[in-house]
Write a protein that binds this ligand. Structure first.
Ligand code: SF4
Length: 323
């Protein structure tokens, strides 16, 4: 208890905690840890809540071997496979989401990276989308270089999503077709042209508490302010299909410690939220202040309408944050 108070006050006074302190916090009593994380969130982020939706704009057929992923050709899953969706489909989907109150929308494509032709096509889609819908557009499209990111930025993209997924130590256990350094290089390339970066990871990939804390510090060192936290939804046909699902309490603990490490960030519940008994409510009172709403890439999610109603009841104001 005393330790939690001491660390909380350190943060509220404008200081950052060390890795060793984060590790000590990880083992503190859950209820008090979460209450203090909620106070830190309120102090730095007020009642702002950032909500976004995504579209799976190109699905399956990915050459990479991420062991959690339904879209990898190395995994025997029944996922849909289709090439880049048309302008019409993407814009129509964005419009529908905007009408429901969504202010941030992400175009997600499977694969290691996009071809130059695909980038040109997406840039055209984004220009049209931005002229028709007042929505902020993000993209999640693998590992690009700064020139490619610049084209996307010029078309109207404001933010790039690229998850680290796990710690540097654990990364080779989940993927060997690209490296942790490839991820960092892509994140820095996006930042170098003035794009914001959204990056986090998946919990339940066989990582230790230390791995979780290490990833949070890598994100802090990269200056990431939007941090998706996914809970592995083990998918049949992937090497991780038998991984143990995390409990609600484990997710709350992770979220709370992330809030201590990253006091000003938007900590975003992402994939796997619908596996939580309360669909994320306790996490939203333990430091999380952002979420992906609607369906995930290959799994069903929670409707935008339900989310917004519920978040308002929790005292949050859903708005476009960090623009
Ligand atoms: S690179 Fe992306 S789409 Fe491809 S297997 Fe990995 S997570 Fe899935």
């Amino acid at each position: 208890m005393l330790y939690i108070e001491e660390m909380k006050n350190k943060i509220l006074n404008g200081n950052l905690i060390t890795q060793a302190q984060a590790f000590s916090l990880y083992n503190q009593p859950l209820k008090e840890l979460c209450a203090a994380a909620n106070e830190i969130r309120k102090h730095f982020c007020f009642n702002q809540f950032d909500i976004c939706t995504i579209i799976n704009a190109k699905s399956g057929g990915c050459t990479e071997n991420c062991k959690f992923c339904a879209q990898s050709i190395h995994n025997d899953t029944k996922t849909n496979v289709y090439p880049l969706l048309s302008d019409e489909k993407i814009i129509e989907h964005a419009k529908r989401n905007h009408e429901q109150g969504i202010l941030r929308y992400s175009i997600v494509t499977s694969g290691r990276c996009l071809s130059d032709n695909e980038i040109t096509k997406i840039c055209e889609t984004v220009k049209q989308l931005r002229s028709q819908v007042d929505i902020s557009v993000c993209i999640s499209c693998g590992l690009l270089n700064s020139e490619q990111y610049k084209k996307l930025k010029d078309s109207g993209i404001t933010r790039v999503h690229n998850n680290l997924e796990t710690s540097r130590r654990n990364f080779p256990n989940i993927c060997t077709s690209h490296t942790f350094n490839d991820k960092i290089t892509a994140i820095k390339a996006a930042q170098s042209v003035g794009l914001q970066v959204c990056s986090g990871g998946i919990m339940g990939l066989g990582e230790t508490p230390k791995d979780r804390i290490d990833m949070a510090f890598t994100l802090r060192n990269l200056g990431i302010e939007s941090i998706p936290i996914n809970m592995l939804n083990p998918i049949k046909g992937t090497p991780f299909e038998k991984n143990r699902r995390l409990t609600d309490e484990e997710m709350r603990r992770i979220v709370a410690v992330y809030r201590f490490i990253l006091p000003t960030a938007f900590i975003r519940l992402a994939g796997g939220r619908c596996l939580l008994k309360d669909k994320g409510t306790a996490c939203f009172l333990s430091g999380a202040n952002a979420a992906i709403s609607g369906d995930m890439l290959t799994t069903a999610g929670i409707t935008v309408e339900n989310d917004i109603e519920h978040l308002n009841a929790l005292g949050y104001e859903v708005k476009l944050c960090n623009e």
